[in-house]
Design a protein around this ligand. Structure first.
Ligand code: MN
Ligand code: MN
Length: 467
């Protein structure tokens, strides 16, 4: 027998916004679907810690789904699937739709770079019988968080002869790892009086990499020489080769379930690989869309989207121009009719730090993918601020397809702020809105997302590109 609802209850359902923990509203089977999806995500997180690895993973997946490498001048027709790699650090993919290209593309943009410690170009030194690497941090980090945790080294070295060596050390169970030291509390009286921003400085983020001197039967050398000798034997490199290297120290942690209920995933680099993976998965399995789909997984978002692999460069624009021309139109016409989900994470409300959020406009773990109309700082500075019309369209689309979503902005007004690639894509005259997964401890070496929210991001991207 169903319980009769009161007039107030009915009116409440009609007029007031309901945003519940999706763990309450979803069925057991639906929750299992979210959990199962995240098994693939965890595997991706262990295999794609840096942008170059995310590109390799994506290219392999796309090829297995029938995507072909795009070249300018290639003839395209509805149903064709193509991709293009930008300098090994960003990847674009497209699926030609049945509608005329003049109706624009459905664009998803996520980034695959994450905060980390890059090695300086002359990193190796010895001090007091210890060998260390100097680092230069990349992106916004709280420096003290990067000490006393196991770090792995990923990247490439271009040798003097032009050949390239790929480095990935610290991820295998049998691999050594590297670490940035911190002071023992016994001797930290002075350090502990400093503000957290100064407790560990950028120049103290030095990686410990060895402590034994070179030795053979005849003579002994330095610790630095011994490390260089090991590196020469392993990679064939000399000290000068670091100058043309991109080596990134990233947490050596594996992605793991968080909580007794396994409802969340802890990993390095959810920002923004959680949106990159979900957008990639949605795109890779898309077949015969109405509108042409373009998804870009970009580099350099964490340092302001600068450089030729970041979205302030023209590479995305050029790709859309080339696709437009291959289909008998032009880039300007296509871009002006296009729509974009700027797929990036948002801050999740943290009950331990409630003071930085305004509760009515914060994103919460398990309340679904977050739609953010604007980001920016202070008086919305630096944001594209999606129109009410486009926001309304996305909202209707999500509701019509049972995507669980919420809205939230990045913290209280004047508490801080941040930006995404949305502004750069909107600058191309594209209707753009931010959408992504709420993250706890964003930019920390180990971040947390909800499995349900992650799945809802995937579902949202899928619905967007197929409509
Ligand atoms: Mn991000
Ligand atoms: Mn970020």
């Amino acid at each position: 027998m169903s319980e009769k609802k009161s007039a107030a209850k009915l009116l409440e359902e009609k007029l007031l916004m309901q945003r519940k923990n999706a763990g309450e509203t979803l069925t057991v089977a639906q929750i299992k679907e979210c959990d199962d999806f995240c098994e693939g995500y965890k595997d991706f997180m262990d295999r794609a810690k840096i942008e170059r690895e995310a590109v390799i993973y994506s290219e392999e997946l796309l090829k297995s789904k029938g995507f072909k490498e795009f070249t300018k001048g290639m003839k395209l027709k509805a149903g064709d699937k193509v991709y293009s790699v930008n300098r090994g650090k960003a990847i674009l993919m497209a699926i030609v739709g049945t509608a005329p290209i003049t109706e624009g593309v459905r664009l998803c943009a996520a980034h695959i770079d994450s905060p980390r410690l890059d090695l300086k170009q002359n990193p190796l030194y010895e001090d007091t019988d210890m060998a260390l690497f100097k680092t230069h941090y990349y992106g916004g980090i709280k420096k003290y968080q990067w000490t006393t945790i196991p770090l792995a080294l990923h990247g490439v070295i271009i040798k003097a002869d032009g050949t390239s060596v790929t480095v990935n050390i610290g991820e295998d169970e049998s691999d050594p790892v590297f670490v940035v030291t911190d002071l023992l509390p016994h001797l930290a009286a002075n350090q502990m009086t400093k503000p957290m921003s100064k407790g560990i400085t950028g120049e103290q983020l030095n990686l410990v990499i060895g402590s034994r001197p070179f030795k053979d039967d005849e003579e002994s050398g330095s610790v630095k020489l011994n490390i260089m000798n090991i590196l020469y034997e392993k990679y064939g490199i000399t000290e000068a080769d670091f100058i043309s290297a991109e080596l990134e120290a990233v947490p050596a942690f594996k992605a793991k379930d968080i909580g007794f209920d396994r409802s969340m995933v802890g990993a390095y680099g959810h920002d923004d690989k959680v949106c990159a993976y979900t957008a990639l998965a949605a795109t890779a399995e898309c077949e015969n869309p109405v509108h042409t789909v373009v998804t870009v997984l970009t580099d350099k978002e964490e340092i302001g989207s600068m450089g030729n692999t970041g979205l302030q460069s023209a590479y995305l624009e050029y790709f859309i121009h080339d696709i437009a021309e291959a289909l008998g139109s032009d880039g300007r016409t296509v871009l002006s009719a296009s729509e974009c989900l700027s797929a990036d994470v948002n801050a999740a409300y943290d009950p331990t730090f409630p003071e930085v959020n305004e509760r009515n406009n914060a994103a919460y773990i398990n309340k679904g993918v977050c739609i953010t109309k604007y980001t920016g700082a202070r008086g919305k500075s630096g944001t594209s601020d999606a129109s009410a019309e486009f926001t309304g369209k996305i909202r209707r689309l999500m509701d019509a397809n049972e995507v669980i979503w919420q809205t939230g902005e990045l913290g209280k007004v004047d508490e801080g702020g941040g930006g995404t690639v949305a502004a750069y894509i909107a600058n191309l005259n594209v209707d753009t809105i931010d959408m992504g997964v709420p993250v706890l401890s964003m930019h920390a070496p180990y971040e947390i997302v909800s499995k349900i929210d992650t799945y809802m991001a995937y579902k949202a991207f899928k619905v967007f590109i197929n409509n």
